[in-house]
Design a protein around this ligand. Sequence first.
Ligand SMILES: [Fe+2]
Length: 396
Amino acid sequence: MYYYRLGKIPPKRHTQFRQPDGSLYKEELVSSEGFSGIYSNLYHIHPPTRIKAADDPIAFGPKKINDYTLRHIHLNTSNVTATGDDYLSARKVLLMNNDCSISICSPRKRTMDYFYKNAEGDEVLFIHDGKGTLTSQFGKLDVRQGDYIVIPRTVIYKIEFEAGPLRVLIIEAASPVETVKRYRNQLGQLLEHSPYCERDIRPPQELVTDTSKGEFLIKIKKQGYLHPYRYDHSPLDLVGWDGFLWPYAFSIHDFEPITGRIHQPPPTHQTFQGRNFVICSFVPRLFDYHPLAIPAPYNHSNIDSDEVLYYAEGNFMSRRGIERGSFTLHPGGIPHGPHPGTVEKSIGAKETHELAVMIDTFHPLWPTTDALEFIDPKYPMSWTDQAEGFNEVNTP
Ligand SMILES: [Fe+2]
């Protein structure tokens, strides 16, 4: 991430910065990894510590299935139009471990009458369908279809969507979510061979300074609960901020694919990194151009990672029975690969229009009880030719 600022800030940090009435603005340092990670300095009208009430916590979180059989999983969420009422209650965590969780979220309500703060995880929203505005202490950020929205923990925000189809993939991370380290130089700038650069990253554009008083609810997520905090002033009471820590958008459509003469492995598609997991973007691209190239992927034994793919758009050449909005989980320990017939069929193909998000974890994932309703029971046998009753929808 890079240095950015919005609004008014004093020329030197930790010095007197006065409001028109002569009182001091209230400075707040928001820092990650203690004082060792990225940080920003925020300047409030009111003390961010002053609360009106802290109500009883409400249990909030998924139930994982500890003893799910080792098998490939296809979660077909393609027919889902609403997963719940609002932005929080509609979050259905489907897969999880101690490093990250993967959710689908299609709320009926398009607005929020409260603010939300995730106090324990960075969030990455992938906007599969939807358009709107994320409003946080850092300002307003446009949200568009195809965007990754990266929200560092403790950012207080609300998100409002316009009418129309709405489907959001949410990856919540126990660690900071960062750009890919091998694509950065020693000072943090994205390198020339990175699939994207700083110009592709959209910071908040318009600071909101809300001076109103009243009652403002912030639901704070931590340790399996939502903690309702009430303030008598708006949390959007900033006159300015600067630093490296802020929510941003990056469109998957701005990811420039790396291609080669022969099949390129998933790390060439890597977009973000977290502790013990990566996020990759599979975007429309030219296929391999060696005269004997096989564009379909090979069979693969990932001996120490679990691979999740979320299929967003296009035909998925190597998979049968997959639809727009499907997830597959190919766990470590058993091989996965192209479906029968798809390898020969891929030879000679020049390009793909697929769009998919991959989450590879380096510790095993568990399905949750919310995942059960989406499980395709035929998927584990789908590599067997003429599997009885196999779902052939969207076969390429
Ligand atoms: Fe794989």
